[in-house]
Design a binder for this molecule. Structure first.
Ligand code: NDP
Length: 325
């Protein structure tokens, strides 16, 4: 059953730094934005602990706090922030159609996609089994680390996320074993150095996961193997954390927008425009390179400005506020 169709000038999908920044700019430009938060209100930053590299916070700020502030700022200019998940789109016509929770249909003059990216898993059966059971597999140390206080855990990955999460876990857990599949880190020097000098983090290089072990309900250990010697050994652990990167949340757009082989939306260089007029993209959904909160916010701003210019060019009655160059 479909609710009555709603008409919206600017619909923003996603509530990370990109979405909220787009909302701030769009709201201040009379575009009356409606923002749908998606399944993870606040986006990936809500799973981050300390954000130290967003300009304007000399003492750092936690990810969840920062997202609350961004939401407040967007609402201050009357962004209509809503709970709901966009499940389908149709970008084939002049008016872009969007469905929320499979029922509510919205007709939009402009759409700003800020759907971000989601955590990847290894995909091995035992990992998926204990993930589904809620028995000790997680891709978010900040969300779940608390449950493993004073216990031993394993974390997979060697990027900045893995380092940040391993460091966070080391504050809570008795021991953290980090499985690094190559003989070096991918993470920045400062992040990997922090991990290397933390006493209760043991780093195993050239090491991968063979099996997540458990008693049928919860994780009890990890069988790892050295990919140079093929030697296997068991690491006792009650938690198995996966921090190996992300996949863009762009599936629902694949019939309409150009994407790279991983699913990142391809924007027109130097703009937030997609190849569909009136549809714009910002944040990690289109960025596999920088993937930072501040770059996401920057492209959110670009998307709102591009959307405003698009409306101003299309609709003589639209009173734009930002100077049109
Ligand atoms: P990355 O893609 O940077 O790193 C993924 C890591 O996981 C790599 O070390 C990779 O190994 C490893 N990996 C991937 N697949 C597997 C697998 N199947 N088995 C074992 N290991 C695997 O992802 P991140 O999420 O760490 O970071 C994403 C972006 O966000 C980066 O640009 C990063 O700099 C940024 N970031 C910044 C932070 C900050 O500044 N505070 C915090 C977190 C992220 P390999 O190296 O061998 O490919």
């Amino acid at each position: 059953m479909s609710d009555q169709i709603e008409k919206v000038k600017c619909l923003i999908i996603g509530s990370g730094p990109a979405g909220y920044t787009a909302a701030i700019y769009a709201a201040r430009a009379n575009m009356k934005p409606v923002l749908y938060q998606g399944v993870q209100p606040g986006g990936q930053l809500t799973t981050t602990n300390e954000v130290e590299n967003f300009p304007g916070y000399p003492d750092g700020i936690t990810g969840p706090e920062m997202m609350i502030e961004l939401q407040k700022q967007a609402e201050r200019f009357e962004t209509d922030v809503r709970n709901g998940w966009v499940t389908k789109v149709d970008f084939s016509g002049d008016i872009h159609k969007v469905w929320v929770n499979d029922t509510k249909e919205i007709h939009c003059e402009t759409v700003i996609i800020s759907t971000g990216a989601s955590a990847k898993y290894l995909g091995i059966d035992s990992e998926q089994k204990y993930l589904k059971l809620g028995g000790g597999v997680s891709a978010c140390a900040v969300c779940d680390g608390f449950f493993y206080r004073n216990q031993e855990v394993v974390i997979v990955g060697a990027g900045d996320s893995a380092c940040e999460e391993a460091h966070y876990l080391s504050k809570l857990c008795k021991k953290v074993t980090m499985l690094v599949r190559r003989d070096e880190f991918r993470a920045s020097k400062i992040m990997s150095a922090r991990v290397k000098k933390t006493e209760n983090i043991e780093i195993l290089y050239n090491t991968e996961t063979d099996e997540v072990l458990g008693d049928g309900q919860v994780v009890t250990g990890v069988r790892a193997f050295n990919n140079q010697t093929n030697e296997k050994h068991v690491i006792p652990a009650t938690g198995f954390f996966v921090a190996i990167g992300h996949t863009p949340n762009t599936d629902i757009f694949k019939d309409y927008l150009k994407m790279d082989e991983t699913g990142y939306i391809i924007n027109k260089p130097g703009t937030a425009k997609t190849e569909v007029e009136g549809v714009f993209v910002s944040g990690d959904a289109a960025d596999h390179v920088y993937r930072q909160a501040v770059t996401a916010a920057g492209t959110g701003c670009m998307a709102a400005l591009d959307a405003e210019r698009y409306l101003a060019a299309k609709d003589a009655d639209f009173e734009f506020v930002t100077p049109m160059y």
